[in-house]
Design a protein around this ligand. Structure first.
Ligand code: FE
Length: 134
């Protein structure tokens, strides 16, 4: 087992439950996945910045967002190096790369290498993990 990362924003489970909606808590803190095509930002393309719904750290900009057709918001890069942590996820009989907020450890989704832009990356993110700011 890998050693647990030390995050800047650390809260108890009770504090997170108070702070987040049930769906945000399930996704961010319990590594849940929202049902495809249901998230608030799946088909949302306003200009602005997406921050972590748990701690407010800036994660993605609208300029990196694209319509992947997979049912979740997709981005081709993080806003700045170091804002996303990567973990190997071997759940559900697959090997995937989990993406987490580097400040609070909140689960965001997964990153895949089949992106359509020059980065080749497709950050597949739950809407519940994000908050849009104009
Ligand atoms: Fe966070």
């Amino acid at each position: 087992m890998k050693e647990k990362r030390q995050y800047t924003v650390v809260k108890s489970e009770d504090e997170w439950k108070t702070l987040l909606t049930d769906e945000q808590y399930r996704v961010l803190r319990k590594k849940g996945t929202e049902r495809p095509f249901t998230g608030e930002y799946d088909h949302f393309f306003e200009d602005g910045v997406y921050v972590c719904a748990g701690c407010g750290q800036q994660l993605f900009t609208s300029t990196s967002k694209f319509d992947s057709g997979c049912g979740w918001p997709a981005f081709d890069r993080e806003i700045e190096k170091g804002t996303i942590d990567y973990e190997t996820d071997q759940g559900f009989g697959m090997v995937r790369t989990e993406i987490l907020c580097s400040k609070c450890g909140g689960h965001l989704g997964h990153v895949f290498d089949d992106g359509p832009t020059e980065t080749g990356n497709r950050f597949c993110v739950n809407s519940a993990s994000l908050k849009f700011k104009q």
